[in-house]
Design a binder for this molecule. Structure first.
Ligand code: SAH
Length: 395
């Protein structure tokens, strides 16, 4: 195995179990490892630090896997890591009200660059590191053995792959091709999911807990669900007795799937209105029309893909939240989210404070939202914490 020696003083993060070695921290590479090859990372004084995947083309030059020198990174090692990750999700799946969740969450599960989502009997795989790409066949074999899925689908279509010099990949990896719409259950609600065409890996299962928590406030309320996608928040609120839901999303497929999902759960068209439009534009129209809502949900896409986009993203979050605040009845609730890792919760609160000032509203935080247990945050890797939200009372 090839040694990668760090510059003097650059071993601290690895010692603290942060799983990334940036290319600038490397002093020398004693050989020519291939992209994705497992290397030994050592401090300047030759002390062993960890094993990791090397990638000479990536800013993150090594993704650390294992800090115990006596371990061997072989199929049994991967099997144990996968078994642990899968076992940890049984808590999400045990009450049988949910059969879709994230089984493997990359660095958080000690498997950098591997994401596995369960959709009822099917699995969707996303591979984002050259190291994982190299052992994809082993991963598939282990998943087959551990879970006996009907089929495993490759949804490695993230731009993140380009950082690792990997091409976009999508298609059946093993077993049966999933149907166009897989029926899954979350919080007891049924959804049709289109893995191949859908966003993310098909469904935003990271909002499971937040949908349930928010819905507790929805009884008898007139709710506006912005960036609704396939209706996660809309359906949870309907189930808890919302008087009416308006769902907005710009994607035609999202709207079509939402329509299926409304019918699938036995709700009718009087209870829910879908608007395929740009949210900012639609909120302005509602303001002109003098429309008001009791609850508004804002779950926009990632506005800040990196730290450098933070200023622009902050302005976009502020404008969006200010607009929504104008549309709430006095004392109404705003559930506002950010899935940008670059925007931490304190920054997000600051942005909301600016929005409230601009809107001339008093705002109380009544709850804080985060990501669910199947998207754990490793204490040494705060980059894994991306989803945050606030439930606000707007006066
Ligand atoms: N709330 C959803 C997930 C939202 S993901 C759920 O619970 O499942 C973000 C959604 O925003 C996507 O469906 C995307 O189509 C939509 N979107 C992105 N930009 C938009 C815009 N400007 N106006 C309306 N929808 C937008």
């Amino acid at each position: 195995m090839i040694d990668v020696i760090l510059k003097k003083g650059k071993e601290k993060a690895a010692l603290q179990r942060h799983p990334w070695i940036f290319s600038g921290a490397i002093d020398k590479v004693k050989g020519s490892p291939l992209n994705g090859e497992v290397v030994i990372v050592k401090a300047a004084d030759n002390e062993f630090l960890a094993y990791g995947y090397y990638n000479g083309q990536s800013r993150v030059a090594v993704r650390l896997l294992e800090w115990d020198e006596n371990k061997t990174i072989d199929k049994a090692w991967y099997q144990l890591k996968l078994q642990n990750a899968i076992a940890a999700r049984q808590h999400v799946l045990q009450d049988k009200q949910t059969n879709t969740c994230r089984l493997v969450f990359s660095e958080a599960d000690f498997l950098p660059g591997l994401i596995v989502d369960q959709y009822a009997d099917f699995l969707s795989l996303q591979i984002l590191s050259a190291g994982m790409e190299n052992i994809k066949q082993d991963i598939i074999a282990i998943l087959k053995e551990e879970l006996q899925p009907k089929g495993i689908f490759d949804k490695s279509d993230s731009n993140a792959r380009t950082h690792e010099n990997l091409e976009i990949a999508q298609g059946l990896l093993w077993g049966e091709m999933p149907p166009e719409f897989i029926e899954v259950k979350e919080n007891g609600i049924l959804y049709h999911i289109n893995i191949a065409e859908g966003q993310k890996s098909g469904f935003y299962c990271d909002q499971r807990d937040n949908r349930r928590i928010l819905a507790e406030y929805a009884s008898g309320k007139n709710v506006l669900d912005c960036f609704s996608y396939s209706g996660g928040f809309s359906l949870n609120c309907l189930r808890k007795g919302a008087s009416h839901i308006t769902s907005i999303d710009s994607s035609a497929l999202a709207m079509e799937t939402l329509k299926h999902n409304i019918a699938l759960n036995g709700y009718n068209e009087e209870q829910q209105t879908s608007i395929q439009s740009d949210v900012n534009k639609q909120l302005r129209i509602f303001k002109e029309e003098g429309k008001k809502f009791d609850i508004i949900i804002l779950d926009p896409p990632k506005y800040a893909p990196s730290r450098s986009a933070l200023d622009r993203a902050a302005r976009a979050y502020k404008d969006l939240n200010r607009l929504a605040m104008h549309l709430l009845e006095s004392g109404g609730l705003l559930a506002t989210f950010s899935c940008s890792g670059a925007v931490d919760i304190e920054t997000f609160k600051q942005i909301i404070a600016w929005a409230a000032l601009d809107a001339g509203k008093e705002v109380q935080i009544i709850k804080q939202f985060s990501q669910p247990e199947d998207h754990p945050v490793r204490i040494s890797f705060s980059e894994g914490e991306y989803l945050k939200g606030l439930l606000l009372r707007v006066l």
